[in-house]
Ligand binder design. Structure first.
Ligand code: CP
Length: 310
């Protein structure tokens, strides 16, 4: 089976293929067209070991719109709490003959570990600081729809780059699609290997914003800090918060994005987040459902006897 554990390993034409597939679902969802139940009879298990609002709900809605039987494993009520290992949990899910498994886990690499143990496609819904591929796909599609193309866009990703799986997957996807990617963070929240990721690093947000076409803001991942640097909200907002004043440095039609959950008044002000013309934040959520429909469809095609990836 082919899995979706990350953007790493995907060819640019495969990313574009998934975006094209998702594009069609956006239109159908908007028109509330006759449901297309192509996953009828398939069982989709969403196993979320970490909290989620957007990703869990949109994977659930996506599976249901396509006719799958969607089951959510609630970790708080599961035997994980009794000490069951990740591998034993994976073997148990597999024995229930799931047709597709969606996993979010706090450990980087956990999704790959499960993918190697089961007999069905596995989709990564975020693993530790590693990858969040469907987020990057929905972000790329949002940019493509608003700007016409991803190639050549100057995209600034600002915030806790070090701990962010969203940043990592977006860097991989956007550079694969030939965007000009700038990353901005305090030096303590910048990965040491950033020079190898084909992006331009900045510690000065005002400098990074000059001429930006897209500004993608990230939350500080307090839950992933292992001691060391923890900026105060006030300090972070002063140097790295996106305000209306700061946004003037970007292109006049610059698009503002945030994967959520937002910490309003820290990395982004409400005036910017709620600006109906500049902010694409709710559009990102809408695009997310379509991207997840596309991924669930494409990854289950070989099991359904349909031709799969381009
Ligand atoms: N963007 C995102 O992954 O949000 P959730 O954590 O709410 O799923």
């Amino acid at each position: 089976h082919r899995h979706l554990t990350g953007i790493e390993g995907l060819q640019p034409h495969e990313i574009t293929f998934l975006l094209d597939e998702a594009e069609g679902w956006i239109e159908l969802n908007r028109r509330r067209a006759e449901p297309d139940k192509r996953l009828a009879g398939l069982t989709q298990i969403n196993a979320f070991f970490e909290n989620s609002t957007r990703t869990l709900l949109s994977f659930e809605i996506a599976g249901k719109r396509l006719g799958a039987d969607v089951v959510n494993m609630h970790v708080g009520q599961s035997s994980v709490k009794k000490g069951e290992t990740l591998i034993d949990t994976a073997i148990t899910l597999n024995a229930m003959r799931a047709d597709v498994i969606v996993i979010r886990h706090q450990s980087s690499g956990a999704v790959r570990l499960i993918a190697d143990k089961v007999d069905c496609p596995v989709l990564n819904a975020g693993d530790g600081s590693h990858e969040h591929p469907t987020q990057a796909l929905l972000d790329a599609l949002t940019i493509r729809r608003r700007k016409g193309s991803v190639a050549g866009q100057r995209v600034v990703i600002c915030g806790d780059i070090l701990h962010s799986r969203v940043a990592r997957s977006n860097i991989l996807a956007l550079t694969a699609l030939a965007a000009d990617v700038r990353v901005c963070a305090p030096s303590t929240l910048m990965p040491a290997a950033i020079e190898r990721m084909f992006v331009t690093p900045f510690t000065d947000f005002d400098a990074a914003l000059e001429g930006a076409d897209v500004v993608m803001m990230l939350r500080v991942q307090n839950e992933r800090m292992s001691g060391g640097f923890l900026p105060s909200n006030r300090e972070f907002a002063a140097r790295y918060g996106l305000t209306e004043e700061r946004l003037k440095r970007a292109a006049p039609d610059a698009l503002v994005m945030h994967p959520g959950p937002m910490n309003r008044g820290v990395e982004i002000t409400s005036a910017v987040a709620d600006d109906k013309t500049r902010s694409a934040i709710t559009e990102q959520v809408e695009t997310g459902v379509a991207v997840r429909m596309a991924c669930l469809d494409v990854l289950t095609r070989s099991a359904r006897g349909v031709e799969g990836w381009a």
